[in-house]
Design a protein around this ligand. Structure first.
Ligand SMILES: [Fe+2]
Ligand SMILES: [Fe+2]
Length: 279
């Protein structure tokens, strides 16, 4: 599977930033909180994969790495625009993104490259299972504002397309042995605890800043959406655990059928609507 870099733009309407999801602001802000991690996180992924680039002998994997870097760079660019809308609406979120950047800067400076790559493949696993959940069940984005739905769809599709690239780099440089297994699953545990700890605190803080912390029906909607129907968060648990299988590979779970949906999206968003209608 060779990923392709696509230069798409989504023209997100800024006024909908905290209420683009049909299930209300609590879900919208939750997804926005994840977006806060993307531009800096994706730069971290690129850096950690690039570090091992010279050691990759397989020309196909070399090509896949170049495409992976291209895709993550495009995601970073579009989520920067996404986050800029958030910064406008809730200026305190600027500090949140900065905190993630500082944390990742610390990891880059003080931990071995192998740990950084293990954190990358762990977070790529996480994005891949979220993407699978989102693509599998149309209820996840049902009724969402169309531009926001499109950027999440596109990101989910490309995360699926390149879900094994960083992992294959890991296998090529670390091999399959007990030590690489321990670093790999250790990376997932550490990355998950840190990611969720930070994401939950950002979510609560942003909801509080919007004055929605006491909105019980908003929280009910959030928990229903996350844990019962459609149960987006509940459905992540089993796929998350699959990573602990010693022989795990991202394509053990073949969901490549979703990739057929990329083409229509490419066609629609290759040019921005603003560009298409000159002022
Ligand atoms: Fe990405
Ligand atoms: Fe990715």
């Amino acid at each position: 599977m060779l990923p392709i870099r696509r230069d798409l733009r989504f023209d997100l309407p800024p006024e909908r930033i905290n209420n683009w999801h049909a299930a209300g602001p609590h879900i919208s802000v939750f997804m926005n909180t994840l977006s806060l991690f993307f531009p800096v996180g994706e730069r971290f992924f690129i850096h950690s994969v690039r570090h091992y680039r010279e050691r990759i002998k397989d020309p196909e994997l070399q090509k896949a790495v170049a495409a992976f870097i291209g895709q993550e760079a495009m995601h970073g660019r579009e989520h920067e625009e996404y986050n800029a809308h958030m910064f406008q609406a809730v200026p305190q979120t600027v500090g949140m993104e900065r905190m993630v950047a500082r944390l990742l800067g610390f990891v880059q400076k003080y931990t071995p490259a192998s740990f950084q790559l293990s954190a990358t493949i762990a977070l790529e696993h996480f994005t891949a299972i979220m993407a699978d959940g989102l693509l599998r069940d149309p209820a996840i984005l049902e009724g969402a504002e169309s531009h926001y739905a499109a950027i999440w769809n596109w990101h989910a599709l490309e995360e699926t397309e390149h879900k094994a690239v960083a992992y294959d780099v890991w296998r090529a440089v670390m091999g399959r042995n007990p030590v690489s297994y321990v670093i790999r699953v250790g990376g997932l545990i550490v990355a998950s605890v840190i990611l969720w700890g930070i994401a939950i605190s950002f979510h609560l803080r942003t909801i509080a800043l919007l004055g929605e912390l006491g909105n019980r029906s908003g929280w009910r909607q959030f928990f229903r959406y996350g844990f019962t129907r459609p149960g987006f968060l509940r459905k992540l648990v089993l796929p998350w655990l699959s990573y602990f299988r010693p022989g795990f590979h991202p394509w053990d779970h073949d969901n490549s059928e979703f990739l057929e949906r990329i083409r229509p999206l490419e066609y629609r968003y290759a040019k921005t609507e603003r560009e298409a209608q000159p002022a």
